[in-house]
Structure formats: structure tokens, C-alpha cells
Design a protein around this ligand. Structure first.
Ligand code: ADP
Length: 198
């Protein structure tokens, strides 16, 4: 890369001789560098540096990682579920947010730890109160889709200051069917995998 950066356009033979290597040994290396967009090759001209910075390469890699690749399973309850039973589900499912759905997994609302705290601080009868009363309701739910990139979904989580986003698919009746969940933990897991720790 350094040789091409300084001397490009430069032929494969010339690069090989500067490195005291044969053209054949160098060929697969040059192929990787051109395929990854770091170098460009032009017939009869030679190799030249494509000017891609490490930042551009990182952002191109991130744009290829879609919600469908790292989403997790959603934890869902019904609107009529009592706040008490919803809290039990929160513990059993070991999540911080539950999605409230109707028949066909259609998204109606979201209920999170803070909603439960508010409700308990208000002294409500948790066995009697349905979760539908305390949830954040559609159309105020921020959602994502299977084809959004990790960058887009992270931006939404930051901008709206929420811990999770339901992954949805639009139905024929223009409703939103819940097909997954993206949390901050999912994002951290991708980072760890990219860092080679998983
Ligand atoms: P926690 O309550 O654990 O801090 P959040 O910060 O995600 O979790 O939730 C804060 C508030 O935002 C709650 O009232 C919750 O109902 C609401 N909320 C959570 N997720 C979403 C979402 N994706 N879209 C809209 N509102 C949400």
C-alpha cells in the first residue's frame, strides 16, 4: 500500500521487484487489496491508491451489518395482562422491555422498567391494573426493520434515548407485526465480535 501510495500508478512487476518478490507471490495480495477497495487497478496503467481511509473502510463494513443479522427474540405480552403478571414476565424472560401485541403479533405498545417503577410508586393495585394503561402506545413507538443497518438502528436508539427497538414488518393491513428486538446488548455483542473476542 505504501509503495503504491508513493509511486502509483505502478505496475505489478515494479511492486514485486521493489519487494524482492515474484509477481506470482504478490498476485493474491494485490487481488485482496483491489477487492477491498484499497487499491484500484487499471489495465496497462497499473495500480494506484484508491484513497480509502480506515474510517471509510470501517463505515463500509458497518453498513453491511443489518438488523436481521443480530436481532434477538422479542418478549411479548397482551394488553389485558395485569401489571403484576407483566412484571413476572419481565423477570422470567430476563429483559428490560416487553412488547405489547394483539393477535398476529401486531404491535400495540411498549412497557419498560421505568413504566413499572412509575406505576408502583403511584401505589396502584398491580394485580388489577392492565398493562395497557401504563405502556407507551402506538403510534409513538420507535421501530426498526430487518434491513436497517447497525448504524441506522444505533442512531435511533441514541436519538430517542431508549434501550430497545421492536423489529417490525408492515402487514397487508398497514399494521406492524413484531418479528424481533434490538437492544443495546445486541449492539455491544456485534462490537465484541468485530473486535475478534467472540
Ligand atoms: P427503561 O425504562 O428501562 O429506562 P427505556 O429508556 O427504553 O427503558 O424506556 C423509557 C421510556 O420510553 C418508557 O416510558 C418506555 O415505555 C418508552 N420506550 C421504550 N422503548 C421505546 C420505543 N422503542 N419507542 C418509544 N418509546 C419507548
Amino acid at each position: 500500500m505504501e509503495i503504491v501510495k508513493k509511486n502509483g500508478p505502478i505496475s505489478g512487476e515494479e511492486i514485486a521487484s521493489r519487494l524482492s518478490l515474484s509477481r506470482a507471490t504478490l498476485r493474491p495480495h494485490l487481488a485482496v487489496l483491489t477487492m477491498s477497495g484499497i487499491l484500484h487497478a487499471r489495465p496497462r496503467v497499473g495500480y494506484f491508491y484508491a484513497g480509502k481511509t480506515q474510517e471509510t473502510l470501517i463505515s463500509e463494513t458497518l453498513k453491511k451489518i443489518k438488523v436481521r443479522d443480530f436481532k434477538s427474540r422479542p418478549a411479548v405480552i397482551k394488553e389485558a395482562t395485569s401489571v403484576y403478571d407483566a412484571l413476572v414476565a419481565l423477570f422470567l424472560e430476563d429483559v428490560g422491555t416487553l412488547y405489547v401485541v394483539e393477535e398476529g403479533s401486531i404491535l400495540l405498545g411498549v412497557v419498560s422498567r421505568k413504566d413499572f417503577l412509575k406505576c408502583t410508586m403511584g401505589g396502584a393495585d398491580l394485580q388489577k391494573m392492565p398493562v395497557g394503561i401504563i405502556m407507551t402506545r402506538m403510534p409513538n413507538i420507535i421501530t426498526t426493520t430487518l434491513d436497517e443497518t447497525i448504524v441506522e438502528v444505533s442512531h435511533k436508539i441514541m436519538e430517542y434515548e431508549v434501550d430497545s427497538l421492536p423489529v417490525v414488518r408492515e402487514t397487508a393491513g398497514e399494521k406492524l407485526e413484531v418479528v424481533g428486538r434490538v437492544t443495546k446488548t445486541n449492539l455491544a455483542r456485534v462490537l465484541v465480535a468485530l473486535g475478534g473476542r467472540e
